[in-house]
Design a protein around this ligand. Structure first.
Ligand SMILES: *Cc1c(COP(=O)(O)O)cnc(C)c1O
Length: 497
């Protein structure tokens, strides 16, 4: 199977192997890589998959896309990625909370957030891609983070062959727990630096470093190439399809139903990667009925699904579900590609980059989107109220992002009925956002993120997840605090060690 760009591949005629798509991350014309076709799973295939372990299911599905990787290679990677050491309670959790609402818990991994599901295996796919494409340089991953992605990337790339990773976070701009998670990171190929400035300063400089020809040349001469770890890489998307298939099979089992029974899917959405993976599972043959795209007060996607206008000219809001605070959802481009094709996508993305900062899809495309997707959003007050309601009524504790989805799922069911079971993606441990969750339950937001862990454990009667308590009690390893102008030197020093 070959991969092509979402932005009119015919113009550049780019068609690359899966390994090459993973190594490059982004297509030459600025588009995102997509497989030449979407492979399918028949009802018989799905039946046969009911007895598979999570790693087996992962190897099976990923091998259908990454045709230049063998099933055995992928099984080895999946076994290592989703080992009991990294996921002591199993790769996923499925909690049937209330009348056929299944919370698909994707945060049982080493950083307690759903990004682990992809970032535990993606580095292994990249490491193999380097060998498969006969790359003789080592990769250098640079990440600017506002908190969560940094830790998940460090944990995923730590001690992976042929890859180095440096994470920059804004000094004073992440929570104490997030900072401790990063500065205590183990591994010989990792570096972490606090940057004086905010997230945009750090992110802006990383972007400039990527296109700094002199620096790229210098790295090349030293035997390195720069790449990123963000969710536009297909290697991060494909592992996310797996848990929707796996979860569906568990749901069928639990309900004593037959394969073919329809379910709805609700996903708290930021960059559109997670919900797109669910949609791709449908295109593979899973009987998913409606996709509920749940947003927080940064509700650009809600507006888009309702009107067909994607307009980024609006205020950016800081919310208690910060991983969804986003104005440009990169992976939406892949949905548009699947629904409307590459020629249209190229023009829309040009409009988005232009002074207008917006695009409008045609009526046919909007109608096609609306048959599959519903957009809802949840205010800050409703996020808090939802956390409290589910805890009071069902004893179920959820984080702020999951609460956005739970609220939108309930709203969808109020308007459309609840005749079909619903899978709701639960994307972070409530302890990962302990301040917001404790605040929702009590009305008082603890000032100290570390103390908030204990306070939340006290009132919920639940234990702090081991990765979080370990992080706040480990020795600090990285203390570098630098100006934006020193980020290149920091990379040089790290690689010279
Ligand atoms: C990244 C993230 C999201 C958003 O997922 P996308 O794939 O970017 O839509 C939601 N919740 C949490 C906790 C996250 O870390």
């Amino acid at each position: 199977m070959n991969f092509v760009s979402t932005r009119d591949a015919r113009l550049t005629n780019e068609s690359v192997s899966p390994a090459c798509a993973i190594k490059r991350g982004i297509a030459i014309n600025g588009g995102l890589y997509m497989p030449g076709h979407i492979p399918t799973l028949s009802a018989d295939d799905l039946k046969a998959m009911r007895t598979m372990s999570y790693p087996e299911c992962a190897a099976k599905i990923i091998s259908m896309y990454l045709s230049d990787y063998t099933y055995e290679e992928l099984l080895e990677d999946a076994n290592n990625a989703y080992s009991t050491e990294r996921f002591p309670n199993g790769a996923i959790g499925m909690r049937d909370i209330d009348n056929g609402k299944f919370f698909l818990e994707l945060w049982h991994g080493p950083t307690c957030a759903f990004k682990d599901m992809a970032l535990q295996i993606m580095p292994r796919l990249l490491s193999r891609a380097l060998k498969k494409t006969a790359e003789d340089r080592e990769a250098v991953i640079l990440v600017a983070t506002s908190g969560d992605t940094g830790k998940a990337a460090l944990e995923g790339y730590c001690d992976v062959d042929g890859i180095n990773i440096e994470v920059f976070y804004p000094a004073g701009g992440v929570s104490k727990v997030q900072e401790m998670q990063m500065v205590t990171q183990k591994g010989k190929n990792v570096n972490v630096a606090a940057v004086n400035g905010n997230f945009d300063d750090a992110q802006g400089e990383v972007k400039r470093i990527f296109i700094d020809k002199a620096f790229v040349k210098e790295m090349n001469e030293k035997g390195y190439f720069l790449t990123s770890a963000n969710s536009i890489n297909f290697g991060r998307l494909v592992p996310q399809i797996v848990y929707y298939v796996f979860a569906y099979l568990r749901l069928i089992e639990e309900q004593g139903a037959e394969i073919g029974k329809e379910v709805d899917i609700c996903v708290p959405t930021g960059n559109f990667g997670n919900i797109l993976a669910a949609y791709m599972a449908k295109r593979m043959g899973l009987p998913f009925r409606k996709f509920i795209c749940a947003s927080n007060e940064n509700n650009i996607l809600t507006d888009f699904i309702n009107t067909g206008v994607y307009d980024k000219n609006r205020d950016f809001k800081l919310t208690i579900s910060p991983s969804m605070d986003i104005l440009v959802s990169s992976n939406l481009e892949r949905l548009l590609y699947l629904i409307a094709g590459d020629e249209k996508v190229r023009l829309w993305m040009r409009d988005l980059r232009s002074e207008r900062g917006a695009y409008t899809v045609d009526e046919e495309t909007l109608a096609a989107i609306k048959t599959e997707f519903c957009g809802y959003f949840c205010s800050e007050d409703n996020t808090k109220a939802t956390i409290k309601k589910y805890f009071d009524e069902h004893g179920y504790l959820m984080d702020t992002h999951t609460a956005v989805a739970a609220y939108c799922a309930d709203k969808f069911r109020e308007e459309n009925g609840s005749d079909v079971p619903m899978i709701i993606a639960s994307t972070a441990s409530p302890f990962k956002f302990a301040q917001g969750v404790y605040g929702a339950l009590t009305g008082n937001v603890p000032e100290d993120a570390v103390k908030a862990l204990d306070m939340l454990a006290d009132i919920s009667g639940q234990a702090i997840p081991a990765p979080l308590s370990t992080a706040v009690n480990s020795d600090v390893r990285f203390t570098e605090k630098i100006d934006v102008s020193s980020m290149r030197d920091s990379v040089r020093n790290f690689l010279n060690k």
